[in-house]
Design a protein around this ligand. Sequence first.
Ligand code: DGL
Length: 273
Amino acid sequence: MDNCKAVALLDSGVGGLTVVKEINRQLPSEHVVYFGDTARMPYGPRPSEQVRHFAYQIMDFLLTQQIKMIIIACNSAASAGLEYYRKRVGLPLLDVIEPGVRAALKQTLNRKVGVIGTTGTIESGAYQRVFQRLAPDVHVFSRACPLFVLVVENELVHTPEVLGVAEEYLHSLKKAGVDTLILGCTHYPLLADVIAAVMGPNVTLISSAEETAREARRILEERELLHPPGDSVLHRFYVSGPAKNFRQMAVKLLENEIRAFQVVLDEETPLLL
Ligand code: DGL
């Protein structure tokens, strides 16, 4: 039965777990398969062709796992352009960019929205394109914050230096007077306290996780693919680097015991689709 299959998610590391957490909250009966490409993170500074290739390799792997949907829980991968795969995969494939924009549009009053993300995401102009399509009157101010992913992956969020880094990155967005700020990298909700402290109480932070999970529910409902409640729920986590560190961070974040397995993916792993 297809509705008993899992929802698959991918990211370069722990960032996509912010989306898993929201899936667990909104769709608690769903099995989840997650892939974190920890051996090759960060994706943000890499050329888009390479990020695309990594994402294709991971999706090939995920397709061997009894899944019914793929969520690209990584803005950098989504910004690298996955059209080729989207056309061939034969399963719903959604990402976090459009849901984030939609959530921001519900919040902004002054129509000035900030977007922060990795260098790859910001330079791709992916957010601007979605705003242009959905709300061309909105002024979009963007800023790459390349160190934030490393801060999260290395568990440095609560160090004093991070506040200074955030002030430097966010200065121009504060000056622009944005009233809404999209956390355009799935790692950034894990830094939300610091970002909120810098931006102040009048700026609403948008994590796309909530809206993405809502969209996943909508698609599953529409295709009659929702998992029936009642059965025990199975979550599987795969990483390309050592499983131990990832597991420790995932347990903290998801507030649940998990098991993580290492899968070796490298440049030579051939593409299937
Ligand atoms: N969490 C990812 C994103 O949403 C990737 C960050 C990275 O690996 O640079 O962009």
